[in-house]
Design a protein around this ligand. Structure first.
Ligand SMILES: NC(=O)c1ccc[n+]([C@@H]2O[C@H](COP(=O)([O-])OP(=O)(O)OC[C@H]3O[C@@H](n4cnc5c(N)ncnc54)[C@H](O)[C@@H]3O)[C@@H](O)[C@H]2O)c1
Length: 341
């Protein structure tokens, strides 16, 4: 059996899970190396996963001849430069969201991907989540008629440490969190978002504003063919990790998502208490694995990725418009640039 040689770049919370999946749960993948700017961390994860090669930079890692593809899970700001390096070295790429934190960098990265003739998949793993995938199929089959309204909620459980804002290596809320819903909006509504109007707050944690970020945001959407939508994102919901989406159509509605991690209700003297999801790694464990498997199969069989660089670009364009709307306090048109890939 031919195996796809993989190098994982950035092995923090997300990258480590990807590396574990590639090492243990994708038979057609061979995890060849790990790279992380924290060399000790790279070494430690390589040891844990019993692989021989670890590096302190992508430039070193791509020289390994057994690496066919690079999985990028660095903080957001390093995605675009890493895509360029991997592409220039002739490697196929699975890159975590967002594609980039500026449009200029996004275009540059896609241009290099196109020039090098490699393939790029973006880590919008909800396409692989069984519930979202089922919803998409039923919408495509016309079961809810014409989609009219898109509503989505994305709440993380615990407030991020202040250092996460101070480090300035990740995009603001619209780029790092709401971007999933911007992508879902396009994918599930089968349409493009043409205009956004963002409202935001830092009222319960004003220090966050100093770093250009927000604690919660609500973004109203207009779609090109007349539908409307609304997305709410919140970083410190306290009670759990809460991701839900509803698509309301002319013939019915589809509701995706549940707060429950396991389909069990516990009834006690205190009433009922449910086992809530508390983290993306538990809520979307199956989706991350299905994404890894599909990426490997897609590369080995020379197909086009399910989630492309253009999907990454279109979601980023919506995030940029939402940030502009938040800064200017006005509705903002989403402008679509010409993608090289
Ligand atoms: N798809 C999803 O559901 C999902 C969920 C969580 C995170 N993410 C994305 O994954 C990425 C990583 O997030 P995380 O939570 O694992 O972050 P993290 O801070 O836990 O880990 C980042 C890792 O990258 C390393 N690193 C930093 N700069 C680097 C560089 N220039 N080159 C190589 N390594 C570098 C750090 O040392 C660290 O080990 C982010 O882009 C985030 O948006 C996606």
């Amino acid at each position: 059996m031919r195996k796809l040689g993989i190098g994982v770049l950035g092995v923090g919370e997300m990258g480590k899970r990807h590396a574990e999946n590639m090492r243990r749960l994708v038979p057609e993948a061979r995890l060849v190396a790990i790279a992380d700017v924290a060399a000790q961390r790279a070494q430690q994860v390589a040891d844990e996963l019993e692989i021989d090669h670890s590096y302190a930079s992508l430039e070193e890692m791509v020289q390994h001849k057994d690496i066919d593809a690079v999985l990028i899970a660095t903080p957001d700001k390093f995605h675009a430069p890493s895509i360029r390096i991997a592409a220039a070295a002739g490697k196929d790429i699975l890159c975590e969201k967002p594609l980039a934190t500026t449009l200029e960098e996004a275009y540059g990265a896609l241009q290099e991907v196109s020039r090098a003739g490699v393939r790029l998949q973006i880590g919008f793993m909800r396409h692989y989540d069984p519930a979202y995938a089922a919803a998409k199929k039923r919408i495509e089959a016309g079961e809810i008629g014409t989609p009219v309204i898109f509503k989505s909620v994305g709440r993380d459980k615990d407030e991020p440490p202040m250092a996460a804002y101070q480090s300035n290596v990740n995009g603001m809320l619209f780029y790092s969190n709401t971007i999933h819903d911007f992508d879902l909006a396009r994918w599930l509504m089968q349409d493009e978002v043409s205009e956004v109007h963002a409202y935001s707050t830092t009222a319960i944690r004003p220090e966050v504003a100093r770093y250009g970020d927000i604690v919660a945001g609500v973004v109203n959407l207009k779609f090109a063919h007349g539908a409307i939508g609304n997305i709410e994102s919140y970083v410190q919901a306290v009670y759990g990790y809460d991701v839900r989406t509803e698509i309301i159509g002319s013939k019915g509605s589809i509701f995706v998502g549940t707060l429950q991690r396991t389909p069990v209700t516990f009834l006690t003297t205190h009433g009922s208490n449910k086992n809530l999801a508390d983290h993306f790694l538990s809520q979307f464990a199956d989706a991350y694995l299905a994404e890894a498997r599909d990426f490997v199969h897609t590369m080995l069989s020379d197909r086009t990725p399910l989630v492309t660089g253009v999907d990454g670009l279109r979601a980023l364009e919506i995030a940029v418009a939402a940030e502009n709307s938040h800064l200017q306090g006005l509705p903002f048109k989403v402008s679509q640039g010409k993608a090289a890939h």
